[in-house]
Ligand binder design. Structure first.
Ligand code: NI
Length: 172
């Protein structure tokens, strides 16, 4: 089932999300719905607060090549356990901030630990777009958006655009 995505500014996008301590069927269904919502958008990542659920759950698939098979990844309680000194700059966007993009600098390589759909602990080293995306999504679980890395002027400009977009949507 496709879920509606919250648009910034929204107080739910600024909250620190609670850890998941029990992998219920409900949470697994939610993860499936989030993947469907992400692929439909389309996007490369989605965090639970973006659909109004304040739990530490993210989904991602950064395979951009249509020739390659998709790789849907579901992470409960994801954690960056190590990050490289080397940085990388990516032009980021966010499904909660539609059609706005800005360059963000983050560690190029990160080691991430999480609980998978199988209930087991997983860990993997991510690089490139995967590293950017997983850091962006984990930020969401801490109430942080990519525009929080920008200067105040740029952030306010984008926020005003989103407020206008929301007013237009409300009228439509
Ligand atoms: Ni985002």
């Amino acid at each position: 089932m496709k879920l509606p995505i919250l648009i910034h500014p929204d107080p739910r996008l600024k909250k620190v999300c609670a850890p998941v301590d029990d992998l219920s069927d409900e949470l697994r269904t939610l993860a499936e719905d989030m993947l469907e919502t992400m692929y439909d958008a389309p996007g490369v990542g989605l965090a639970a607060p973006q659909i109004g659920v304040l739990s530490r759950l993210i989904v991602l698939d950064c395979i951009k090549d249509e020739e390659e098979p998709p790789r849907p990844v579901v992470m409960f309680n994801p954690e960056v356990v190590a990050s490289s000194d080397e940085k990388n700059v990516y032009e980021e966007g966010c499904l909660s901030i539609p059609e706005q993009f800005a360059e963000v600098t983050r560690p190029k390589v990160v080691d991430v630990r999480w609980i998978g759909m199988d209930g087991n602990e997983h860990s993997e080293t991510f690089d490139g777009l995967w590293a950017t995306c997983v850091q962006h999504e984990i930020d969401h679980l801490n109430g942080k958006l990519f525009i929080d890395y920008l200067g105040a002027m740029k952030r306010q400009l984008i926020t005003r655009k989103m407020q206008k977009l929301k007013r237009e949507k409300a009228r439509a």
